[in-house]
Design a binder for this molecule. Structure first.
Ligand SMILES: [Zn+2]
Length: 283
């Protein structure tokens, strides 16, 4: 079970502050979504922190023709998010199976309406960038919740210009004294690649991913990567899962939860360690 040390009233008060602070995208959705010279997190000048809860989900692949029930299961996720009062939901890509298919995008639009909180996302390899931008804004963006930066990265394009955008975003988070920094990207990062080195360098707390259709976590030098099977299909023994993160000033607690009761189990293996509540100390 999750060990929540903060009192419930404190958490509730924290959520109220989160709602007041609001959410900001790096840039308006209507601008061209190339890599900007420097990420700007508008309206997030305050360094005020209050505890909050968010959900990390992945790969809903809504409207997928060979996966019946994707909308129903994504709806279950919305119910969970609504019932625990999550401040927001981040979806780590592959929102639909065929990114430009109108019926699948309609299923996505309908599903998004069922969440009572903001839903943020990054594109996966199945997503169409134009359709993504229309719904979520630029594919590389930063938003701030309660003095925590969420740096959203399009991992389909880790070119030099994309990486320099990411480095600017991470530098700015340090300059702005963010309490915690999360990076959201569809493909899990690799340590020996340039992106792995960047993530280690700037004090990222956690990297939230999808794509594998598996659930697990891996410690890296300076940060932890989490990946979730998501709401459409799974390729491990753990079933459909999502992560709940409880964010406190001095620690972040993570819990992997099954979407459907009695389906799947978390089985520890050397390559895919069991997910469990995690506590990350402040740097
Ligand atoms: Zn994928």
């Amino acid at each position: 079970m999750l060990n929540v040390k903060a009192s419930r009233p404190a958490l509730a008060a924290g959520l109220a502050v989160v709602m007041v602070l609001g959410y900001t995208l790096a840039r308006p959705a209507s601008r061209p979504a190339t890599h900007p010279a420097a990420p700007v997190t508008q309206g997030a000048d305050s360094n005020e922190f209050a505890p909050f809860v968010f959900i990390h989900a992945g790969d809903p692949e809504l409207g997928s023709p060979d996966l019946p029930g994707t909308s129903k299961r994504f709806g279950q996720l919305a119910q969970r998010a609504n019932s625990i009062g999550a401040a927001m939901v981040v979806i780590a890509g592959d929102l639909v199976r065929n990114g430009d298919k109108a019926d699948q995008l309609r299923a996505l639009d309908e599903a998004l309406k069922t969440f009572k909180m903001p839903v943020r996302a990054v594109p996966g390899n199945h997503d169409d960038l134009a359709a993504f931008r229309k719904r979520f804004g630029p594919e590389n963006s930063v938003f701030t919740v309660s003095n925590c930066d969420f740096v959203c990265v399009n991992s389909n394009d880790l070119s030099a210009s994309a990486l320099s955008w990411l480095e600017e975003a991470l530098k700015l988070a340090v300059e702005r004294r963010r309490t915690h920094v999360f990076v959201v990207m569809h493909h899990p990062p690799e340590d020996d690649k340039a992106i792995g080195k960047l993530l280690s360098k700037y004090g990222v707390a956690a990297v939230l991913c999808g794509h594998l259709h598996r659930t697990g976590e891996a410690p890296h030098k300076g940060y932890v990567t989490y990946w979730v099977s998501g709401t459409a299909k799974f390729r491990d023994e753990n079933g459909l899962r999502y992560n709940v993160f409880r964010v406190y000033k001095d620690r972040i607690e993570q819990e992997s939860l099954p979407l459907e009761k009695d389906v799947g189990r978390m089985a520890p293996t050397s390559s895919m360690p069991a997910s469990r509540p995690q506590t990350h100390g402040m740097p």
